[in-house]
Write a protein of this length. Structure first.
Length: 375
């Protein structure tokens, strides 16, 4: 399943006016700084100071070296006076109360909702991105809500959400906002889930994990060629993130969006499934989902349902116990079945969920524990 949302766009002039930056900031090149005193900016985490006023960002594997007055690749972290600043703290460009199954997280509090936020920006560029209007935008190019962490938690409580999700774009680039919101939520009994591409350095991820309850990783493909040519990223850092999540013991699920002819080869899928089983274990839920043409890839038709079914069969033959069909509403591959007796413990038709086959985290029919976060 792919997450989409309505995007409100404003002009750069309107953004600067709202921010109180004044006309002197207009007409700057794409990588340049606005005026001093942007109320939306605060000091970023995970960077180092270099000679000559440059800073080295240590948040994601790009390791951007950012000169004075410039921004990193993500477009939301800017060098101001030798200090790296995040421009999106407390500035959510969208907020919705979504079914947790939309993330998708199938083994985490099924049937509940997750208050979902995002800011502008991303640290990679998938040519098939469903939310490119905000993921590939600069903060000044989209409308934003004034939502500091406490307000996010308040909104989640009012909405009756069971969790807060950092999603839609890439939460790595709004790391500080996510971290502080997760801490504020945790203090009030509200869990947090990260919906991520996994393209993050080890230390920031390790520091974040204690504040999270679950992580869903979009594994774009199982070849570095695909990552470089289609996503402007790299595979190994994402695999390293998955290994870190496994070692940390935090609940995680994986989604692979299958794009016909690009990452849906039988050998690649088999290699991916074999790696997941060997390195992460057979109980990690793996979702194979349908692609639909958008953004920069519009000449490839939607993924045939038969491709999803074949990938799912490969995963199960490789020994994975929970392999799902995504973006195929009503498909039996959406259901969770007990690996022991085969009974349906959770049935799903799109976002309509019946978890009556689950009792105290186990199969009601045979009593076998089903891995996940259920209470």
């Amino acid at each position: 399943m792919m997450e989409r949302m309505t995007v409100m766009r404003i002009s750069r002039r309107e953004f600067l006016a709202r921010a109180g930056l004044g006309a002197l900031s207009l007409g700057l090149p794409r990588g340049a700084v606005g005026a001093e005193g942007n109320a939306f900016a605060r000091e970023a985490m995970h960077y180092g100071v270099m000679d000559g006023g440059a800073v080295a960002c240590r948040l994601c594997p790009r390791g951007c070296v950012v000169a004075e007055g410039m921004r990193g690749h993500c477009g939301v972290r800017e060098n101001r006076g030798g200090r790296l600043r995040t421009l999106v703290f407390g500035r959510a460009c969208t907020a919705h109360n979504d079914p947790i199954e939309k993330k998708p997280l199938f083994h985490f509090l099924p049937g509940t909702t997750s208050f979902s936020i995002a800011t502008a920006g991303c640290n990679i560029e998938c040519k098939f991105c469903q939310n490119w209007q905000i993921s590939q935008a600069r903060p000044e190019e989209v409308s934003a809500l004034d939502m500091p962490p406490d307000k996010v938690v308040d909104a989640a409580v009012r909405a009756g959400s069971a969790s807060i999700a950092y999603t839609y774009t890439e939460p790595v680039i709004f790391y500080e906002y996510m971290l502080e919101t997760a801490k504020a939520g945790k203090a009030r009994g509200m869990r947090s889930v990260m919906i991520t591409n996994g393209f993050i350095q080890r230390e920031p991820m390790r520091a974040l994990i204690p504040e999270l309850a679950a992580v869903k990783v979009d594994l774009k493909a199982f070849t570095d060629t695909f990552y470089r040519e289609v996503c402007d990223g790299r595979l190994q850092p994402v695999l390293d993130t998955l290994l870190l999540l496994k070692r940390a013991g935090i609940w995680h699920e994986i989604v692979v969006l299958l794009v016909p002819t690009l990452n849906d080869g039988e050998k690649e899928i088999r290699d991916l499934c074999a790696w997941v089983k060997a390195e992460l274990g057979p109980d990690v839920p793996l979702h194979f989902t349908r692609y639909h043409p958008t953004y920069k890839i519009r000449n490839i038709p939607p993924t045939p349902v038969s491709t999803i079914e074949k990938a799912r069969s490969i995963g199960m033959r490789e020994g994975l116990r929970f392999v799902y069909a995504g973006n195929v509403p009503g498909h039996p591959g959406e259901h969770t079945r007990c690996p022991g007796c085969g009974a349906t413990v959770i049935s799903r038709i799109s976002y309509h969920v019946d978890a009556s086959g689950l009792k105290d985290g186990a199969c009601r029919s045979c009593g076998r524990p089903i891995p996940g976060v259920w209470a």
